[in-house]
Design a protein. Structure first.
Length: 407
């Protein structure tokens, strides 16, 4: 986002809670004290990465069009098309150096409040140092609050777990955790592990195979599995099941087809909540069952556009669009048109029977995600290593052409 702002000559200050760039891509072996990640008093760990993670998209698709994510030629590194998380972090660090982002970054400062200043439409931003002190040094000039013309919210959306509601779970004697706190398979050694899966996400498939290498059995449940794919999976002690019907006091878990298995652990996967605890918009915006509204194209609240925006509720070319709108180079439609568009979107989702909680999941409307998902199911072992997928790459070029870079 900051790199796009520079390209559009928009002055920007970035508040970052951590002490380095990389966000989600900074792997840590640390996990939270509450394995389910729901205790509000827990010390929050931002990243949900697990150690074996490789990207689920080809590097071409993940890179910025004006700073491509190519294999490094000048030293050791991961040359593959779906590289390791370490390689993504190095790319982001290189990007930060290239665009001199560190000059605008204020590390170890946590945003605690963003509030509209009614009289002039600006935004008051309050922050505190990560260690709890209010007087920040660095670029903050010792201030605890500052006023800005616009705010772009980019706080990441893979930190606050959502837990599946399973009838009977309160009396079920096993252990539960969320994949946010999964790092390596060792703790699952020899367990009869059971994992609860909703969308067939790439990392969910990776984690189940990770665990299946060491656990006695892995049972995976999803509402999306088709009948013919259910049962044991070749090469692993891993079974696919329809959704869970209930968890029982004797330790068994029963599926919708009435089959049951005994399980030591339920690993909830991979849903997260949108959380903007710091944002005060005088009720102009709400979050209802993970639907953030009102938002034009998942980015701009109509009444506040372009002065408030959200990045990456879904995956899209948003940064350049936001930067273009803030710099005045891209005009947004009128408030009435935006409201109409929003209503239209939600009526379409309702007509398609898509629950509110998936309002910002555009994956199924994007060719490359569909292709990626098909390949993952057809060839789970090798999909990371496959060569280029021309449809995916051409979609990147198509989308990229809509919002040309000004750099
Ligand atoms: C397991 C997993 C696998 C993934 N794999 C892929 C993949 O293969 N390809 C892909 O394209 N995407 C993948 N993603 C999505 C990934 O989240 C995005 O690629 C990208 O990291 C999102 O960037 P972001 O800047 O929006 O959020 P983040 O990377 O999460 O960064 C948000 C930043 O905001 C900071 N922050 C949060 N709250 C505050 C606050 N109050 N004050 C100050 N700072 C704050 C955080 O410290 C963090 O640095 C994956 C995600 C997960 C969880």
């Amino acid at each position: 986002m900051a790199a796009s702002m520079i390209s559009h000559h928009v002055a920007v200050v970035v508040f970052e809670h951590e002490s380095r760039v990389g966000g989600t891509w900074v792997y840590t072996s640390s996990t939270e004290t509450d394995p389910l990640g729901i205790d509000p008093a827990r010390a929050v760990v931002h990243s949900s990465l697990y150690k074996s993670l490789r990207t689920n998209l080809p590097r071409e698709v993940m890179g910025f069009s004006n700073y491509l994510f190519l294999p490094r030629v000048d030293g050791p590194g991961d040359l593959s098309r779906s590289p390791s998380h370490e390689e993504v972090l190095v790319y982001l660090e290189d990007l930060a150096t290239e665009f001199r982002l560190e000059e605008m970054l204020r590390f170890e400062k946590e945003i605690i409040e963003v509030r509209m200043v009614e009289k002039d439409g600006k935004w008051k931003v309050r922050w505190r140092m990560r260690n709890g002190s209010g007087n920040g040094g660095g670029g903050g000039g010792g201030k605890e609050e500052e006023v800005f013309d616009a705010v772009v919210v980019c706080n990441g959306h893979y930190t606050e777990p959502r837990i599946a509601e399973i009838p009977g779970i309160d009396l079920w004697p096993g252990k539960q955790m969320h994949s946010h706190n999964y790092r390596t398979p060792e703790p699952f050694q020899d367990l009869e592990c059971f994992r609860c899966l909703f969308p067939p996400a790439a990392s969910a498939a990776d984690i189940s195979r990770d665990i299946a290498k060491v656990a006695k059995e892995v049972h995976v449940a999803s509402r999306l599995y088709e009948v013919e794919t259910l049962g044991i999976q070749a090469g692993y002690y891993m079974w696919l099941h329809p959704m869970i019907k209930k968890a029982n006091e004797d330790g068994e878990v029963t599926f919708l087809d009435e089959n049951s298995v005994c399980a030591d652990v339920i690993l909830h996967y991979p849903r997260y909540k949108y959380l903007f605890f710091f944002l005060e918009t005088n009720r102009i915006m709400t979050i209802d069952d993970n639907r953030v509204r009102l938002l034009y194209k998942h980015v701009f609240p109509p009444h506040l556009a372009p002065w408030l925006s959200f990045v990456r509720l879904p995956w899209k070319y948003q940064s350049r669009w936001i930067a273009g709108a803030l710099s005045g180079r891209i005009a947004l439609p009128s408030e009435e048109e935006i409201m109409e568009d929003e209503k239209d979107l939600y009526s379409k989702l309702e007509a398609l029977g898509i629950p509110k909680q998936y309002s910002h999941c555009l994956a199924n409307s994007q060719k490359m995600y569909l292709e990626s998902s098909r390949k993952r199911h057809a060839q789970p072992e090798v999909y990371h290593d496959e060569g280029g997928d021309e449809t995916r790459i051409s979609q990147v070029h198509e989308d990229s052409a809509k919002y040309p870079s000004h750099r």
